[in-house]
Design a protein around this ligand. Structure first.
Ligand code: PCA
Length: 332
């Protein structure tokens, strides 16, 4: 146990420690694992993380107390992976494709139109997971679970019939793929964390973006925007990872308990995402937004951009990338 950090010296960690000592409940000392995440408290990924935390507490008889810190409140989205790698936090959650500049494999879930449904997302993850696990292992990280976001669509404050209608609009990007998409579509991308999206929309820093109905709902974007196009461009994923030293310091039973909770979180989170999709898209409409599919002509333009991005990704990701795409297609 000695190797793990005990939270951030939080009162909670202190109390848990004191309680464990005072009650002499067992040989283990309760340990707080602060878990930074990037997305809002009400988001379904955060709900999944909280359920995972409750499960872990139960499975480890209170030995590991995971405290979820949403909305980039402990570490900003961009800093979470590094914080966990370096042991500043023992566990964290992040969008996998946010790291595609480090390794193109992390961007496989953001190749336009490769995956457009939850079933395909699950199939792609099955062939990607061992590769991601191995990359993380080389980065002092242990992969615990991964849950997809709902399909990605486009948000605007006017009706759009083709790329000509969106030329020059200020566009919020959340990873390299969204930024590249924007460039190819003639939009002006700015990288902005989901936690800062409401502010960026309210102040006019951005006026369009590509994301899920879930994020539009979580961030009440009907306050500024009017149109959501269900493009189903891709389904990016979040993953949850632990610091390897923290992980290696746990005994076998504790690790097995956490693994069980991670499997449950991956399963439940997937179905939570499926359920949240219709609910949130329905809520956009209920708050006055026009929700529709892109016209055939516009979709053809978007698919062409997707083809360019697919070629670019394959060129960057090389044989490893091609192997994942081939295995995914063979599994279909
Ligand atoms: N929401 C996140 C990533 C993908 C999604 O649906 C975001 O907009 O940052």
């Amino acid at each position: 146990m000695g190797a793990h950090r005990r939270g951030f010296g939080s009162l909670q960690a202190g109390l848990a420690f004191a309680a464990a000592v005072a009650l002499a409940a067992g040989p283990a000392v309760a340990e707080t694992w602060d878990m930074p995440t990037a997305y809002t408290e009400s988001n379904f990924h955060t709900g999944t993380a909280q359920a995972f935390a409750a499960c872990v507490k139960e499975a480890t008889a209170g030995e590991i107390d995971i405290v979820v810190h949403p909305s980039g409140s402990l570490f900003k989205g961009n800093d979470i992976k590094r914080a966990v790698q370096t042991g500043q936090a023992p566990i964290g959650e992040r969008l996998i494709s946010a790291h595609q500049n480090e390794n193109p494999i992390f961007g496989v879930d953001s190749i336009p139109f490769l995956v457009t449904s939850f079933e395909d997302s699950a199939r792609l993850w099955r062939v990607t997971k061992p590769v991601v696990e191995k990359i993380l292992d080389g980065e002092n990280l242990v992969l615990l679970y991964s849950v997809p976001w709902p399909p990605q669509g486009l948000y605007f404050k006017k009706p759009v019939a083709s790329n000509a209608d969106i030329k020059g609009l200020k566009f919020r990007a959340y990873n390299a793929a969204t930024a590249r998409f924007a460039e190819l579509a003639g939009l002006n991308p700015v990288q902005i964390e989901e936690a800062e999206l409401p502010q960026a929309l309210a102040t006019g820093v951005v006026e369009s973006f590509l994301s899920s109905g879930a994020t539009g709902y979580d961030r009440k974007v009907w306050e500024q925007l009017t149109n959501f196009y269900t493009v189903d461009a891709w389904l990016p994923r979040n993953y949850v990872f632990a610091n390897k030293d923290s992980w290696d310091g746990l005994d076998d039973a504790t690790r097995a308990g956490i693994r069980g909770c991670a499997s449950l979180a991956e399963y439940a989170g997937y179905w939570r995402a499926v359920q949240y999709t219709d609910f949130t898209v329905g809520q956009l409409a209920a708050h006055g937004m026009t929700v529709e599919k892109p016209s055939d002509g516009w979709r053809a333009e978007l698919v062409k951009i997707g083809d360019t991005m697919t070629q670019e990704w394959l060129a960057k990701a090389g044989a490893d990338g091609q192997a994942i795409v081939d295995a995914y297609k063979a599994a279909k």
